[in-house]
Design a protein around this ligand. Structure first.
Ligand SMILES: CC(C)(COP(=O)(O)OP(=O)(O)OC[C@H]1O[C@@H](n2cnc3c(N)ncnc32)[C@H](O)[C@@H]1OP(=O)(O)O)[C@@H](O)C(=O)NCCC(=O)NCCS
Length: 160
């Protein structure tokens, strides 16, 4: 897909019931399971945007703010917030849903970078994200910083 094509991002939603294989001995969800779900939901948002297969290139730090218990329902919302030549930064928010009502508690947010790939695994161009709202501009700037941090890590690791 050519880079000069402007495209709006759609939000992808994914839901899950927290079951025993995904909880620890004190009955709360494993952090690794949360990261897995964020990765999967983020990948779907990136694939739908790019119209291509994608791989996860990196994940920014995630802070777990509230425990999620066995039997809770969780909801993830993912959206592309930044694009470059072949990469996309995706914001993924995770909410805990209370059983009794429709109240949603924000649990954590992650920013992941996905790269569109050809069937040979080589990076492939993605459309350019169309910015519509003030929020789009705000998150684009966050995406720029995330790409910059990832670049600095790559330079640092190349020196090790
Ligand atoms: C991601 C991957 C395709 C990048 O390939 P590469 O040969 O480094 O390609 P390039 O240097 O041309 O980079 C391609 C794009 O990826 C971005 N990129 C590469 N590594 C990155 C990282 N760690 N974090 C964020 N972006 C990254 C580059 O900035 C570039 O973006 P742009 O084209 O939008 O400017 C390759 O490193 C890979 O396949 N990694 C393994 C992915 C994987 O298996 N993930 C699952 C978990 S292991």
């Amino acid at each position: 897909m050519p880079n000069d094509q402007l495209k709006e991002a759609i939000e992808v939603t994914n839901s899950e019931l927290v079951i025993p294989p995904h909880t620890n001995h004190i009955g709360t969800i494993f952090g690794g399971r949360v990261l897995e779900l964020m990765d999967m939901t983020g990948a779907m948002a990136a694939m739908r945007f790019a119209g291509e297969d994608v791989v996860t290139a990196s994940m920014d730090a995630v802070d777990f703010k509230k425990p999620i218990q066995l039997g809770d329902m969780i909801e993830l919302k993912a959206k592309v917030i930044h694009t470059a030549r072949t990469s996309m930064v995706v914001k993924v928010d995770l909410f805990r849903l209370a059983h009794a009502d429709s109240q949603k508690d924000f649990s954590c947010r992650g920013y992941l970078v996905f790269v569109a790939i050809t069937c040979d695994g080589n990076p492939k161009e993605v459309p350019t994200l169309k910015l519509v709202t003030d929020d789009d501009n705000k998150f684009w700037a966050i995406g720029e910083r995330i790409k910059q941090r990832a670049k600095e890590r790559r330079i640092r690791d190349a020196d090790d």
